[in-house]
Design a protein around this ligand. Structure first.
Ligand code: ATP
Length: 548
């Protein structure tokens, strides 16, 4: 199938903000594709040529792309740069410059979806000497055959900045419609595999039966099961009858996979951070069994007995350089709480079984490996849970988890089978869409951040401005991130791609015509930058309204 067809779909998607319309456009398109093209189209609709958990990225810097565009069009780099400044977007700039160029030296060949996809993928494999010129030649081959509209989307795909506003949920619904498959079956397959291109491909080739056969595979991360907020320890334990209560550690959630000789670490967002934690890989090699497994736990860092901030741990695991120094300054340890795979998938077994198995197979000799502190409670001995809660807070952790021991692990589900009871009031996870630079001494920093949550069509709706809560260092870091994701600026105001997730505490939710949600937050305070969360994890208007 020609890339031109895909571009038509991109344009149609850009023309609507309605989720149902987007779903229809995608499902009509998906149903026309063969299974390989389908898997490619799904990834591209989501803005990349790699599945989300892949460590690979296209890694094409502005400079390289600008230089390629200027070569293809025979114009100066400055002209390209001016246009980008003007339109605020490299894709739009390309389209405009291509249109201005009347000579027909292009169209030397017709671009297919497969060719565009494979060419962009190839870029990530190029390294070493001469890599820049090899990359340029691939980009030139693509861009010199492109029409203005194709150039617009190719350049966006090269930088993984497609911004079609397509959420995973829309693609899931589209696959379900295109191949008339029950949504729940699609969801299950997605939560297990975390790869919609695979789900699409299996739907097309084998239908519902094929999807039901999909299972956990070590090496491929699985969406974590999430917790609901508990109203109280007693009411939650009462509801469950019996419960496993564990300390809710203040670190980052980690999935550890062993697949043959390979060990991988994935974060809550299923980012592969294996390379950043070499010392932990060694620990796991020695303390864990030789079989294939998937284990979940919280990874924390302590210095002189005190927990190091969540932000520091995240920075450490996302680090690409100076890893040796970080091993010393941010010493990590693991508190394990679940076992999803051991020789075979066991996530459908009850938690009590999985926990017992975990206890059997883990060697606790190394002090970096621990099991989560836990108690088995009923209403009769509920004081054990309360004691555990107090111990958690005394050790600077967040509270306790209350889990139903009879329940299976359901990937991606936020349900009542696993609950959290925290000392601090609930917060909101929001995405930053803009900001304003400060005045006077603070004019180097963005002092106020415009925050948004999402509606039922996955459109972003603003909810508040927030500026307090961060240290100078954090403000600086955030300002740098904002510059990285800048779409455009107007005076002291800046608008950014929705990439930065913040956790916000507040005193009250109030009605307010000032923001698109119709609500606002009183005294919002930025608790932290949630680098472990993505746009899929932000809060919804629905939840906000229910909390109001
Ligand atoms: P929060 O913002 O409260 O961390 P979240 O949205 O990241 O919530 P939830 O599922 O709501 O995730 O809360 C559970 C989180 O608590 C897990 O993601 C995990 O990182 C952390 N955690 C700490 N200790 C445990 C434990 N013993 N069992 C399960 N999760 C734990």
């Amino acid at each position: 199938m020609n890339f031109k067809e895909m571009v038509k779909v991109f344009e149609e998607l850009n023309g609507t903000t309605k989720r149902l319309e987007k779903t229809k456009i995608l499902s009509d398109f998906f149903s026309k594709l063969d299974s390989k093209t389908l898997s490619q189209a799904i990834l591209m609709a989501l803005g990349s040529v790699f599945p989300p958990y892949s460590e690979e990225e296209t890694g094409i810097a502005d400079k390289l792309l600008i230089s390629a565009v200027s070569k293809v069009l025979g114009i100066s780099k400055n002209l390209v740069q001016d246009e980008i400044r003007e339109t605020g977007d490299i894709g739009l700039a390309c389209e405009k410059l291509y249109k201005n160029k009347t000579q027909q030296t292009f169209f030397s060949k017709v671009l297919t979806i497969n060719f565009v996809f494979e060419s962009i993928r190839k870029l990530s494999t190029i390294s070493g000497s001469n890599s820049q010129s090899k990359k340029i030649s691939i980009i030139l081959e693509l861009l010199s055959s492109a029409s203005p509209a194709e150039a617009k989307y190719i350049s966006k795909l090269l930088q993984e900045h497609l911004r079609l506003g397509i959420a995973d949920g829309t693609v899931r619904d589209a696959i379900s419609q295109a191949f008339t498959i029950n949504k729940d079956v699609i969801d299950r397959a997605y939560m297990l595999s975390n790869d919609l291109s695979l789900v699409g491909q299996v739907s097309k080739e084998k239908g519902e039966a094929g999807l039901l056969e999909l299972n956990l595979v070590p090496g491929r991360p699985v969406k974590p099961m999430l917790a609901k907020l508990a109203e109280g320890i007693e009411s939650s334990v009462g509801e469950m009858g019996e419960a496993i209560c564990e300390i809710k550690y203040d670190g980052i959630r980690i999935q550890i996979h062993k697949h043959g000789d390979e060990i991988s670490f994935f974060t809550r967002r299923l980012e592969n951070v294996t390379n950043a934690v070499p010392e932990m890989i060694e620990v796991v090699k020695n303390g864990f069994p030789d079989e294939d497994f998937i284990i979940e736990g919280e990874m924390i860092a302590t210095r002189e007995g005190k927990p190091i901030s969540f932000q520091n741990i995240l920075q450490r695991v996302r680090r690409k350089y100076d890893i040796d120094k970080a091993i010393e300054s941010v010493p990590l340890s693991l508190y394990l709480f679940d076992l999803l795979y051991y020789k075979i998938p066991i996530l459908y077994e009850p938690l009590s079984f999985r926990r017992k198995k975990l206890e059997e197979i883990i060697n606790l000799e190394n002090e970096k490996i621990n099991l989560s502190d836990k108690v088995d409670v009923t209403l009769e001995n509920i004081y054990l849970a309360k004691d555990l809660f107090n111990k958690s807070i005394a050790n600077n952790h967040e509270g306790i988890m209350i889990k139903d021991p009879k329940e299976p692990y359901i990937p991606g589900l936020r349900g009542k089978k696993m609950q959290k009871f925290k000392a601090e009031p609930e917060t909101l996870d929001v995405v930053v869409v803009g900001g304003t630079y400060g005045l006077g001494k603070r004019s180097n920093f963005i002092g106020s951040y415009l925050l948004a949550i999402k509606d039922e069509d996955d459109n972003l709706k603003t909810i508040a401005h927030a500026g307090t809560g961060l240290s100078e260092d954090q403000l600086e870091q955030l300002t740098q991130l904002m510059e990285k994701y800048k779409i455009k600026d107007v005076g002291t105001k800046i608008y950014v791609e929705p990439k930065i997730i913040l956790e916000i505490a507040y005193s009250e939710i109030v009605k307010s015509p000032e923001y698109e949600t119709g609500y606002s937050l009183r005294f919002p305070v930025i608790k932290r930058i949630r680098e472990d969360k993505g746009i899929a994890d932000i809060d919804t208007v629905e939840r906000l309204v229910s909390m109001f």
